[in-house]
Design a protein around this ligand. Structure first.
Ligand code: SF4
Length: 322
């Protein structure tokens, strides 16, 4: 079995705008193939393509649509023929696929599309003047129904920080699905929370505390309700960008677990490397690699179970830009 096949067998399913896979489904019969998505992410993720405009029967090729600000709100109307209005059909299609998308671990949307754009899609006046921006009809409806779903636009994957943030959320959300599939118990929720401690701390310390309070109550009330609130809060926390300052705090916490084992020189070197990262002189992968080296020689059961040091396959680890 090839390495890629082995990875695929455990792959994580994410939704995607069909045109990003190279499918010729755009209004003009073209595609918007992203090689990074199919060749790199495709080794780990199984893509479930959706093209809302084709799904509602607009055909290929078709008259292009755009977002228009009207007295009835933002509508998806024909560019040339404004009597074409497919807003309701696209919204209905989004609701129709919610049960299917609910089981996925993330979604990649085509930017700037009046259907698939997540945000900053141009909105025009009825006279055709650009007036402001909004989410595309399909993406907006889907994300309103599934706010915790990790989602990103393909254009923003070029930003290494946003890309890593998306990938991390997908892996966490996939672990959450696996936890629910196994059967959630209060104990398993505590374990899940414990293993993500440093990952969450790197993004949002106040929300980490709130999550801790929720988990502490897990055995007492309605576990299902607690789980729903937990995953919503967790995904909000992880959406906040981690910064060199927050990562430095986490790295210093982790190095504290080694203080009894390291000699003076090793301690000094570790603190210097963390400080070099804080100052932007070396990428995050450098202190992480050094920490992993020391924890390999001085295993700590609590730290070994933390996802922070091993959040996702190293081929997707981009921790070189902060
Ligand atoms: S952006 Fe969305 S609606 Fe447009 S072609 Fe791609 S998948 Fe279809």
């Amino acid at each position: 079995m090839s390495e890629i096949q082995a990875k695929k067998d455990n792959s994580i399913r994410i939704g995607i705008s069909s045109c990003l896979l190279g499918q010729e489904v755009r209004y003009d019969g073209a595609h918007k193939h992203s090689r990074y998505i199919t060749e790199t992410l495709g080794q780990y993720f199984e893509f479930m393509p959706f093209c809302p405009e084709v799904a509602i029967g607009m055909g290929i090729p078709r008259a292009p649509i755009r977002l228009v600000s009207t007295a009835d709100g933002i509508r998806a109307r024909g560019v040339k023929d404004s009597s074409i209005d497919v807003t309701q059909q696209i919204e209905d299609y989004a609701m129709q696929v919610v049960p299917q998308v609910k089981g996925l671990s993330g979604y990649l949307f085509k930017r700037a599309s009046p259907s698939c754009g997540m945000e900053r899609v141009k909105v025009y006046t009825e006279a055709g003047m650009p007036v402001n921006t909004h989410s595309g009809i399909y993406a907006g409806s889907l994300l309103q129904a599934l706010p915790e779903l990790p989602a990103e636009e393909e254009g923003r994957l070029m930003d290494p920080v946003l890309r890593e943030n998306f990938i991390e959320r997908v892996f966490v959300y996939n672990r959450w699905h696996n936890l629910l599939d196994e059967g959630l118990t209060a104990g398993k929720l505590v374990d899940f929370h414990t293993r993500h401690k440093y990952s969450v701390l790197a993004h949002d310390e106040p929300k980490y505390r709130q999550l801790g309070q929720l988990v502490a109550e897990a055995g007492k009330g309605d576990l299902q309700k607690t789980a729903t609130r937990y995953i919503s809060l967790l995904m909000q926390a992880l959406t906040k960008k981690a910064t060199p300052k927050t990562h430095t705090n986490v790295l210093q916490h982790l190095s504290g677990y080694l203080k009894e084992y390291l000699d003076t020189d090793d301690k000094k070197e570790l603190l210097e490397v963390i400080d070099s990262y804080r100052l932007g002189l070396v990428p995050l992968i450098v202190p992480i690699t050094l920490l992993k080296h020391h924890f390999r020689k001085n295993p700590d059961a609590y730290i070994l179970q933390q996802y922070y040091l091993n959040p996702h396959p190293k081929e997707l680890m981009l921790r070189n830009s902060l």
